[in-house]
Design a binder for this molecule. Structure first.
Ligand code: GCB
Length: 602
């Protein structure tokens, strides 16, 4: 009987892997937090011995129990406290040479004390963990999170102790066919607790989330909502923007939800003047503060309008890879280096490929006045027909929007990159677009599509049926690199079936910094430079072009790129090497952006 009870309990606590984590606490930055960053004890577990028993059944006494021998005869085959450590935040691959190519499970443990104050609730918040995480506190499972690039949190109010807490996370970065992304990509599969981990302390009833932006199409009317979580939901909520002399009170309904609607006379956010306001959301039991910019973004025919005026998006694509040291970028310094390079290039826009980047990057873009395209890793050939794959993609999309919906810098949500035409794919992506629009009606939706040739062998046609559902067309093209030699670029005409703006979301060529040759020598800076020259000429002729984000700002690691002495497992399409050296093509693009009105930078 005891055994049955114990195993039922075990099933409920350990096996309940579907346990939903609490909805995201928006703006973890503006809260009372305790950082858990630093060194964590870790156990590398390629066979998942800490999770499954020898019959490959989930074990009741896995590593998450963090058990210590009670006597000298006890058999315990692991010990976090004498195991090696890894830094958090940080990918594991670049911290230890033998982990560079590791794909599997690593267990992380952090011990901490926490004196909980009366009438407060505590959450543990993860900026991101790549890719699949099972989280335990003091031997109890908090839940599971899937997806390597979005934040999640769990409530630990009733589990946390004053002293000696053991927080354990099993992080597994094995690639899977049904995952998002799927098995093959063109970037490194960095694993680990790649972003910050913290405790967030809030009052019993707290402001869980809010959406405060200009209403679609308006430059003087703020719309949105505030949502409370807790036992006292029916409260008064005041939204204050002191600098704009705004203070308006709303009442949350019984579900803790209040709709926001107010007139505002604001200095609008733009690349020339990235004005952010201090915004306070004050409920009776809690208050939060954020810095929010206000701007409108719309399309009209093939124009993109920022604050009602046509704009050209002078962009560049960026991976979340750290300059100089390599590995996943996560710090303010990483963001500063990458975004300052983009500014130097003449950018007012960046495409943050191919997954949501860290929050610091978005907040820096907000402060620096750089518009952002943010996307989810629905990349190449996802399992379109698999419902769980869809749920996963939709969750990643929702978490991306939940975190960044108040950032003026973000103007575009992108749902996919270079996905193959087909009915199941179209249905999948249409549903994602519907979801994005239902969560955020104020921003533009795009996807990076492909083009095809018409019979004349020179017309590049963009008529992907998905185009009908997008606000802005994105198109990746590699004429002159994967498709012919650069002179082919001179012959092309561009057409689209849709009366919509186009962003050339990728083009480029690999060049090893310092390798010279003539313009037909692959991997040379001159080849890349020539390809950029010809591409810029071509771009100038596309009447519906409203933006470009060449591939890519900086060289990045990729297992698809083995060529010795040249690639050495790096995609070399950067305009800048991973050591910060600018290639010749950088200056071609800089010149083009100057002609398009980019201000001179240092
Ligand atoms: C693409 C992909 C990008 C690759 C790039 C390349 O089309 O979207 O992820 O890295 O091409 O270099 O081949």
């Amino acid at each position: 009987m005891k055994i049955i009870f114990a195993s039922v309990l075990f099933f409920a606590t350990v096996m309940c892997v579907k346990a939903q984590h609490t909805d995201l606490i928006a703006n973890s930055e503006g809260r009372k937090t305790v950082s858990l960053d630093g060194q964590w004890q870790t156990i590398v577990d390629p066979y998942e011995t800490g999770y499954y028993d020898y019959r490959y059944q989930p074990s009741a006494n896995g590593y998450f129990k963090d058990t210590k021998p009670k006597s000298k005869s006890d058999l315990i085959e692991y010990d976090f406290d004498t195991s090696e450590t890894l830094a958090v935040p940080g990918d594991w691959n670049t911290q230890k040479e033998r982990l560079l190519l590791y794909e599997g499970t690593i267990w992380y443990k952090k011990a901490f004390d926490h004196q909980k104050k009366p009438n407060t609730r505590i959450f543990v918040y993860f900026g991101a963990a790549s890719y699949l995480s099972d989280v335990y506190l003091n031997g109890q499972k908090l839940g599971r999170h899937e997806g390597g690039f979005t934040p999640f949190n769990f409530e630990i109010t009733n589990l946390v102790r004053d002293k000696g807490n053991s927080l354990i996370v099993k992080v597994d970065n094995k690639r899977r066919r049904d995952a998002v992304p799927t098995l093959n990509t063109d970037w490194w599969n960095y694993g680990g607790l790649t972003r910050e981990v913290k405790l967030i302390e809030v009052p019993d009833t707290f402001v869980q989330d809010y959406f405060i932006q200009l209403q679609k199409g308006s430059q003087n009317r703020i719309g949105g909502w505030v949502r409370l979580n807790g036992g006292k939901l029916n409260q008064k909520i005041t939204v204050r923007i002191p600098e704009a002399r705004i203070s308006q009170t709303f009442t949350a309904d019984v579900k803790g939800y209040a709709e926001i609607n107010l007139n505002a006379d604001l200095t609008l956010w733009s690349p020339n003047n990235p004005k952010l306001y201090d915004v306070k959301v004050e409920a009776e039991t809690d208050q939060v503060q954020d810095q929010i910019g206000f701007r409108s973004i719309e399309v009209k025919g093939s124009e993109i309008l920022l604050n009602g005026k046509p704009i050209f998006l002078r962009g560049v694509s960026i991976h979340e890879e750290a300059p100089f040291r390599g590995g996943r970028a996560h710090s303010k310094e990483d963001a500063g280096t990458l975004l300052n390079w983009a500014k130097e290039l003449g950018c007012n826009f960046v495409r943050l490929a191919h997954y949501p980047h860290n929050e610091t990057m978005i907040r820096e873009a907000d402060r620096m006045g750089i518009m952002v395209w943010s996307e989810i890793p629905v990349y190449w050939t996802i399992l379109w027909e698999n419902p769980a794959t869809f749920e996963n993609a939709q969750a990643q999309l929702s978490e991306m929007i939940a975190r960044d919906k108040n950032r003026a810098a973000i103007i575009i949500w992108s749902v996919a990159n270079e996905t193959p035409l087909g009915d199941t794919r179209l249905t999948f992506l249409k549903k994602l677009i519907e979801r994005a629009r239902s969560l955020d009606s104020t921003r533009l939706i795009s996807a990076a599509l492909e083009r095809h040739y018409l019979d004349d062998k020179k017309t590049q046609m963009i008529d992907d049926p998905l185009g009908e559902y997008l606000d802005v067309l994105g198109c990746n093209e590699y004429v002159g690199w994967y498709d012919g030699l650069p002179e082919k670029i001179d012959t092309l005409d561009w057409k689209t079936k849709y009366q919509k703006p186009l962003i050339m979301s990728e083009f480029g060529a690999d060049a090893l910094y310092g390798k010279h040759g003539d313009a037909l020598t692959r991997w040379s800076e001159e080849y890349q430079e020539d390809l950029y020259r010809r591409t810029v000429k071509m771009l100038k002729k596309i009447s519906f072009l409203r933006g470009t984000s060449p591939w890519i700002l900086m060289d990045f690691r990729s297992p698809r790129r083995p060529l010795p002495g040249i690639q050495d497992f790096r995609n070399r399409k950067g305009l800048i090497s991973d050591r910060g050296e600018k290639k010749k093509a950088f200056y071609v693009m800089q010149e083009y952006y100057r002609e398009l009105g980019a201000p001179l930078q240092k």
